[in-house]
Ligand binder design. Structure first.
Ligand SMILES: [Zn+2]
Length: 291
């Protein structure tokens, strides 16, 4: 469907296009656009500028993500540290309860010993019975506490296991996060290096574009997240989809086009992107395409 290049070149004013110096870094697509369509000499450079600007913006976003990832990892690490602290606190609490129980058991044991010692000295049967009652009561209390001690031993084991697991989790987090941090920093350095290289290429391209056109480009780009150029196709701005004034559309497709035209609606810089200029305003331009 694409006609021979020579046909278009002669059709669209090759002398104008040939006068442009193609920078070595221009991609084939822009070179092809340049060869096929009539356009202001700055347009191919602006397209290249837009491409590199979007690359730089993506790299910047990438670079800005690094501190966020580091912060997220720090939050994770703090979480692991807090879990360990909580596990240690829980263990300390269980140990304290156990000590208290041990103390109570020893107190009851002392009482039993004391009551037993008193049994030989009692004079009456009632007093003897009362002592036996006290001994039985103390032994019941001791048995209850000993049952509690069994539960507390199990709780202690559980709490110790939790501390060990939390310590292991923290160690693992510290190691993986340290490794990831190194990766993040290396990646950021690489991105930074690419950004500097792109910025220098950008400067070289921008130096070839008149400042007043660069201003228009910057204003349009600011309005549309870096998209400053829009193809004019079938009398429509493909940036915003609005219909273009026929004479503006004609101007964009003029072989001797030496003016920059912007879309009235979105402000994007318009460029030719159809194989052939429309024959008459309002007519379907594709009808004029040679096949
Ligand atoms: Zn528009």
């Amino acid at each position: 469907m694409i006609p021979p290049e020579s046909f278009f070149v002669s059709l669209l004013g090759y002398s104008l296009l040939r006068s442009l110096i193609l920078p070595a870094h221009l991609t084939w697509s822009f070179a092809a656009v340049l060869n096929f369509f009539p356009m202001h000499p700055a347009i191919p450079l602006l397209l290249e500028l837009q491409k590199i600007d979007s690359e730089i913006a993506a790299l910047r976003t990438n670079l800005e993500a690094a501190p966020k990832r580091i912060r997220e990892n720090d939050t994770k690490l703090n979480g692991a540290r807090a879990a360990l602290t909580a596990a240690k606190d829980a263990l300390a609490q269980v140990v304290a309860v156990r000590k208290e129980t041990e103390f109570e058991v020893s107190e009851w044991r002392e009482r039993v010993k004391k009551f037993r010692g008193q049994t030989s000295a009692v004079k009456t049967n009632e007093a003897y019975k009362a002592l036996l009652h006290e001994i039985a009561n103390a032994e019941t209390e001791m048995a209850k506490l000993e049952d509690a001690q069994l539960d507390q031993m199990m709780s202690t084991e559980e709490a110790e296991k939790n501390v060990k697991a939390s310590e292991a989790a923290l160690r693992e987090s510290e190691q993986s996060i340290a490794a990831e941090r190194k990766d993040i920093e290396n990646h950021a350095r690489e991105v930074n290096r690419k950004m500097l290289a792109d910025t220098s290429v950008r400067e070289k391209i921008a130096a070839q574009i008149p400042p007043e056109i660069l201003d228009v480009y910057a204003r349009a780009g600011k309005r549309h997240h870096g998209v400053a150029l829009a193809p004019a196709i079938k009398e429509q701005c493909r940036g915003c989809g609005m219909r273009l004034l026929p004479h503006i559309y004609q101007e964009v497709y003029k072989p001797e086009n030496l003016e920059i035209h912007t879309c009235e609606t979105c402000g994007c810089i318009l460029y030719a992107a159809e194989p052939a200029p429309p024959a008459t305003p309002g007519e379907n331009p594709s009808a004029a395409s040679p096949s």
